[in-house]
Ligand binder design. Sequence first.
Ligand SMILES: NC(=O)c1ccc[n+]([C@@H]2O[C@H](COP(=O)([O-])OP(=O)(O)OC[C@H]3O[C@@H](n4cnc5c(N)ncnc54)[C@H](OP(=O)(O)O)[C@@H]3O)[C@@H](O)[C@H]2O)c1
Length: 248
Amino acid sequence: MSPRHDRPVALITGAGRRVGAVIARTLHAAGYDLALHYRRSADDVHALADELERQRGDSTLLLQAELAELPALPAMLERLLAHYGRLDALVNNASAFFPTPLGTATPQQWNELFASNAQAPFFLSQAAIPALRAARGGIVNMIDIYAERPLANHPIYCMAKAAHAAMTRSLALELGPEIRVNGVAPGAVMWPSDGKPYDDQQAMLARTPLQRAGTPEDVAGTVLWLLRDAPFVTGQIIRVDGGRTLSV
Ligand SMILES: NC(=O)c1ccc[n+]([C@@H]2O[C@H](COP(=O)([O-])OP(=O)(O)OC[C@H]3O[C@@H](n4cnc5c(N)ncnc54)[C@H](OP(=O)(O)O)[C@@H]3O)[C@@H](O)[C@H]2O)c1
């Protein structure tokens, strides 16, 4: 392990683009140095790291991995600790999302959806426990309101996110008092990059008390709050959905 880095360090999975990149910018602006995990978004993550390094030097480390490959998970932690010597925050953000209508779903789709949304968060968290314990750090898991209220035609995704939600509560129970474990459950804040919306935007707004779509910044601000400003909160999953799940 290298000498302990001066500033707090956060590892964010799936950090190259979209919500993960906004979480990265938000934590970085709050003084965290970052390990930015990515899989295929090499150009995006390099551009993000360049942007953040211009703001503060020696503040980013890039970690490439396919999260379905289990040996890659402790290996990422080893590289991170060799570089920074500490870990204060883990944000399990990476996620596969696609429909699996009943009658068509395959074991391969099951494995892909569970790999990023449940299996990797668990084994990455497990590998991070000693370092997080030493730092009295925190884990934030990106869940989804669809873990509680299923999205039509997406049963396996909803099940995988529900497993991630259960993991949040189980680890919170087991890892106190040193490590707090929480989750954020967004409503739709960014449509999937294949252009297919989670559901109809107008219908969604009509059911949302705050009468607007959410933003990645809404989500990232909640992640930062849970990590930095909520020392007596653990095992909670905060819905960031404008109140949408209040209506039936
Ligand atoms: N977007 C929304 O409105 C919304 C709503 C509810 C919940 N959420 C949750 O919030 C988080 C961020 O959402 P998002 O829309 O920004 O996510 P996203 O773009 O769908 O995915 C984020 C990243 O996950 C990485 N990833 C997926 N499978 C992987 C695997 N097997 N191995 C390694 N990396 C993998 C990809 O990295 P590469 O590009 O590098 O391959 C991808 O860029 C997710 O957990 C999502 O479920 C989002």
